[in-house]
Design a binder for this molecule. Structure first.
Ligand code: TRP
Length: 334
């Protein structure tokens, strides 16, 4: 039996090259080795977008097209929509007895998000509970592995603890304790030099961007701010244009040559960026083309995701019933 892997995205917009390097390509690999579930977390997305349901709804097809474009195979991976497998809410409620409010308050990721979203004075309960709801996502499919960045390790640890406590309390191993799967963490900074790429920061290169948009963005990339003339020696370390070269340009000789000349003040930004554009365009063109194909069949992709949700919903029903059974809340036979 293949081990189960679960990953997911909040549908809050199109995916960008940070997602590509950080998770999407990894998922394409994982789908051959594991039984992979990919969750479109629209309910989680709604927790801080409840007044903007159009955004969440419309982003679902965008995600599906992005998945298809990068090579996620809907026959190999089960792509599903969170709201179409509502057993997660039931499981969440049973799990919520095993977590304290104080514990959630200490979750470092949540803390930062509460500050960023100006929720300090008034945190919507739906948002506050999302880390536990996320544990329910994972336990619902009995995932063995959850691919995460190192910063997300505490989230998996919390999920394991909840599963362990549940099993211990009722004396039966019903919930599987998932393991984190740490990949090579690739952080892609924004074109403005911000450590994070994101929609709200307006510094992202999307998988859906046209060649023209890609060119414009590459030429907008912030380089060494202390270098005013092409003849000034420049800094390569931490320079976004070279971080991208390292990530996207397979021609190492070219990259090393550009770096050496940049350090000596023997190359202009235009040449560095033109070569970067070409390298990135080589990587992104096939993805862009497949994305255009996906656009034409997005209703079918949505249909596949709904089918996937039915499968997950069945799995969730079984787990929820087993949980009810040990909590003495089951009145009809499984
Ligand atoms: N929190 C993830 C995000 O921000 C989405 C997500 C929801 C998820 N439930 C999950 C990821 C369970 C991994 C496992 O995109």
């Amino acid at each position: 039996m293949k081990k189960r892997v679960l990953t997911g995205d909040r549908p809050t917009g199109k995916l960008h090259i940070g997602h590509l390097k950080g998770s999407l390509l990894n998922r394409v690999k994982l789908q051959d080795e594991y039984e992979q579930f990919i969750l479109i977390a629209n309910i989680q997305g709604l927790t801080d977008n409840y007044n903007n349901p159009d955004k969440i709804r419309n982003s679902i097809e965008e995600l599906l097209c992005d998945y298809y474009a990068v090579g996620i195979d809907f026959d190999k991976s089960t792509v599903y929509i969170q709201s179409e497998a509502p057993e997660v809410h039931e499981i969440f409620i049973y799990l919520s007895n095993f977590v304290s409010i104080q514990k959630i308050l200490h979750n470092p990721t949540l803390k930062t998000e509460i500050e960023q979203k100006n929720f300090e004075k008034s945190t919507p309960l739906g948002f506050f509970i999302y880390p536990i709801h996320q544990a329910a996502d994972i336990l619902l499919v009995n995932a063995d592995l959850v691919p995460v960045g190192r910063d997300q390790a505490p989230m998996i640890e919390d999920c394991r603890e909840i599963a362990r406590k549940f099993n211990q309390t009722y004396g039966k191993k019903i919930l599987n304790e998932p393991q984190p799967l740490f990949g090579v963490t690739v952080n892609v900074p924004g074109i403005d030099g911000n450590a994070k790429m994101g929609k709200s920061l307006n510094n992202a290169i999307y998988l859906a961007d046209s060649e023209k948009e890609l060119r414009e963005k590459v030429f907008r990339i912030k380089t060494d701010p202390n270098r005013i003339h092409a003849t000034d020696p420049g800094t390569v370390e931490g320079n976004v244009v070279f971080i991208y070269h390292d990530l996207f340009n397979p021609n190492l000789d070219e990259v090393n040559d550009l770096k050496e000349r940049y350090k000596k003040g023997k190359v202009g930004d235009v040449e560095v960026k033109q070569k970067l554009f070409e390298a990135m365009n080589n990587v992104l063109t096939p993805i862009r083309e497949r994305r255009q194909e996906a656009e034409k069949i997005k209703k079918q992709l949505l249909e596949r995701a709904i089918e996937g949700s039915r499968k997950v919903s069945k799995i969730g029903r079984e787990i929820a019933d087993q949980m009810k059974e040990v909590m003495q809340m089951k009145f009809s036979r499984i």
